[in-house]
Design a binder for this molecule. Sequence first.
Ligand code: ZN
Ligand code: ZN
Length: 346
Amino acid sequence: MNQTAVLVAPGRVELQELPSPTPGPGEIVVRVRAALTDGTDLKAFRRGHPKMPMPTPFGHEFSGDVAAVGSGVERFSEGDAIMAVHSAPCGRCYWCHADQENLCVELMETKILGAYAQQILVPRHIVARNAFVKPAALPYEHAAFLEPLACVVHSVELCAPRAGDLAIVLGAGGFGLLHVALLRTLGVRVAVVGRGTARLALARASGAEWVREVTLERESVNGVRAFVEEISGGRGADRVIECTGQVEGWHAGLALARRGGVVSLFGGPAPGSTVYVDTSRLHYDQISVLSPFHFRPRDVRRAYELLAGGAIDVSALISGRSGLEGIEGVFARLQRGEGVKYAVLP
Ligand SMILES: [Zn+2]
Ligand SMILES: [Zn+2]
């Protein structure tokens, strides 16, 4: 049997004994060793998710051991420790051929959920393109960062900062902190604007040169702009990376970039949200706006290299650990703003 955490209603998780999956051709079954919490999981826990009708298994950032392989699988054998993401593009559609595999028409329909379980079935398209053998020295809970780090690799590639640039990261959650760590490896100077003393201390530990505690919902953007002007010699930020997913963050982001700068709107607000844009910023100040979504297989490979090679250390981002039975408590803590990411060890 496969003990699985099932989200049955907002705020309510039930442990269910489901039949163990059997791998079909090209598929593998992974015995999950570590699964991380993520903002999407928290959103689903809080209020449900349109793409995840309840009751539903959930959790999507994981690593583990191969428990069974289907016919035709050559890259993996039973007992291999592996790390994978929960999606892969089809390789056939217009977007896949246009080097925008992150927008593949099948991507969101063929992704898998259910990492908060003893076992998860990884389908053929993911096994073929977005799964790797985990180096023995890399802990499972670090290997499970493959997916969020792939998102961040894609984001940073799109906004293409140069060494010595000043980047403002809005939001000190998991994604904000992963951006700090990756930007530092590129020699970018980083300031983090966000909430929570503990998270901002982590931002510092991850290499942020400046941190500023601000609740963008409540404070005017002017205070933040003064801070950014101060640290940039009045010019504004070369790159702004918005990771709060709040409309207020998008507004702030657009206000903080220097003339000719780039604003990357990484955090996605609720569907249907609207933002107002000062057109003179876009035109006369020539601000470029990007909105990176998800990742391509090459971003996953790069994230794998960064984790496997030790270029990025994610250990400080794990705020605690729990078994499957403790998931409700973990999400309650996240809901109260405690911690960054938790490792579920099924
Ligand atoms: Zn496709
Ligand atoms: Zn994720």
